[in-house]
Design a protein around this ligand. Structure first.
Ligand code: ADP
Length: 185
């Protein structure tokens, strides 16, 4: 039977299907847009369930650190508000423009900067959605490989995290991630 758990060093990478707003990891990652003001997809779901405190902190970040918006590839952290997760890490993935406009590099940075932020806060467990593969149009076959490679590379260098979970929203996404993980890990 296909396993959906993979070991990288001391950490476990887990692939599950579900709703990331239900995850009980220390942090969940939001596939945000540059405005940090909320939106559709997973972003909307996180703000709806997490409550207004998340948006308040996002507004503060916009007013101070990122007045022109958070660029693709970067990440910031806020409270998790009413979510089970204590924190939300907001990252912005690239919009797919055919694949030759730096999309893989920006997607890799989005994952790596999110993980870096989590470890800098002393967090142990983090859940990701499939960043960029919704409204931003990144093909899941390609995004899944970039995502898993970025996580693998990070965990090989950094041993503070114990678990990284990918919470996939469809059977199709779960399959794409599982296929790539079996080849990569
Ligand atoms: P992006 O703009 O980065 O493409 P989207 O939110 O549109 O972000 O989509 C990113 C991925 O998140 C998509 O694969 C979408 O199916 C998925 N998604 C949407 N809602 C949820 C949720 N509640 N939990 C987990 N994944 C979700």
């Amino acid at each position: 039977m296909a396993s959906n758990e993979f070991k990288v060093g001391k950490a476990t990478v887990r692939l599950v299907m579900g709703d990331i707003t239900e995850a009980s990891t220390d942090a969940i990652v939001n596939a945000a847009n540059s405005s940090l003001m909320g939106g559709g997809g997973v972003d909307g779901a996180i703000h709806r369930k997490g409550g207004p405190q998340i948006l308040e902190e996002c507004k503060r970040i916009r007013a101070t650190e990122w007045p022109n918006g958070l660029p693709a590839g970067k990440a910031v952290i806020t409270t998790g508000g009413n979510l089970k997760a204590k924190y939300v890490i907001h990252t912005v993935g690239p919009v797919w423009r055919g694949g030759n406009h730096g999309e893989p590099e920006l997607l890799e940075q989005a994952y790596q900067n999110s993980l870096r932020l989590a470890t800098s806060k002393g967090l142990k467990t983090v859940a990701f959605p499939s960043v960029s593969t919704g409204a931003y149009g990144y093909p899941v076959e390609e995004a899944s490989l970039v995502a898993l490679k970025a996580v693998k590379e990070f965990l090989e260098k950094e041993d503070k995290l114990t678990e990284v979970v990918f919470v996939l929203f469809s059977e199709n996404a779960l399959e794409a991630y599982s296929d790539k993980a079996r080849k990569l890990f």
